[in-house]
Design a binder for this molecule. Structure first.
Ligand SMILES: *Cc1c(COP(=O)(O)O)cnc(C)c1O
Length: 294
């Protein structure tokens, strides 16, 4: 690993504020990872740290990764790549997106030097297949590959640093949003048996439980997909209304893909009387992707 890169990552991290809100009889403390860095926001900071360290260590000149057109991971990777002196290439889902103008996420990533390769949704589905990966490695030999959403073993290692020793001491119940499962896996790995980790899925289906089981053998966690609003990036009027009133009441910004669904789920479980008297919630950032319809 490349200690200088890790040190630089630690140096650009801003201090992470906590905000406690009271909802009915539950004190909900929100750990604002969205504030850790203006561009390498939230959980992506932790997911990228050791990947960039490894890429430097192995002498790569660029990083290559995957994402949709609104991906927080794409935005964060582009920024970090430029900061740490790498070229960057994003394999983007959706051929039709080639035509300009780019949306805000792609415009941002492009400004920070990311080149794009737009592929069809069908091709994109092969992104984890050996042949596809081998082809990319042949085509881009000096690029370090980071999977979609940034989830790999080094990302999980980084996410073990999300909870501080005092978080672990002060809270038993910890809630976070789940996309590919990397963040929750790191959090689970850093916890002890008396902790309970609840993941609120942004996607429909129970495949994420199997995914997370590949990264951890611990059992004190659960993934809930009841608040995914029908699936990834899907929204309902209820969700949008929830986000609006939450933001107005508590002055904490959310977005519609992850953190809005997370807080909506937590509030509903409090309504059902299913929560202990205090919980820690990880605000994983992602505000660059906040929709203008909110
Ligand atoms: C990427 C992202 C997630 C999902 O993290 P995973 O490690 O893929 O589960 C959650 N919240 C926000 C805001 C994100 O940008």
């Amino acid at each position: 690993m490349h200690l200088e890169t890790e040190k630089q990552f630690n140096e650009i991290a801003q201090s992470i504020p906590y905000q406690t809100i009271q909802y009915k009889d539950v004190a909900i403390t929100i750990k604002r990872l969205d504030q850790i860095h203006p561009a390498i926001s939230g959980n992506k900071f932790f997911k990228l740290k050791y990947n960039f360290s490894q890429a430097k260590n192995l002498g790569y000149k660029g990083v290559l990764t995957f994402g949709g057109a609104f991906s927080n991971h794409i935005a964060a990777t582009a920024f970090a790549a430029q900061l740490f002196g790498f070229k960057s290439l994003g394999i983007i889902r959706g051929e039709e997106l080639q035509s300009h103008p780019y949306n805000a996420t792609l415009t941002f990533a492009h400004e920070y030097g990311m080149q794009f390769s737009f592929i069809s949704r069908e091709q994109y589905r092969q992104k984890n297949q050996v042949d596809f990966i081998e082809q990319l490695k042949t085509n881009y030999p000096d690029y370090y590959l980071i999977p979609e959403g940034g989830t790999n073993d080094l990302a999980i290692l980084g996410c073990q640093e999300i909870l501080s020793p005092s978080d672990l001491q002060d809270y038993q119940t910890i809630c976070c949003a789940v996309g590919t499962g990397g963040t929750i896996s790191g959090i689970i790995e850093s916890c002890q048996p008396h902790h309970q980790v609840l993941g609120f899925s942004a996607l429909k289906g129970d495949f994420l439980t199997r995914e997370v089981q590949q990264f951890t053998s611990k059992k004190n966690w659960k993934i809930i997909d009841d608040y995914c609003c029908g699936g990834y990036a899907k929204v309902t009027a209820e969700l949008i209304n929830f986000i609006r009133s939450f933001e107005q009441k508590y002055q904490i910004p959310l977005e519609q893909i992850y953190t809005g669904k997370l807080l909506m789920g937590i509030f509903d479980l409090v309504d059902q009387g299913k929560f202990p008297s205090k919980v820690l919630v990880i605000h994983s950032g992602g505000l660059q992707g906040r929709s203008s319809i909110i």
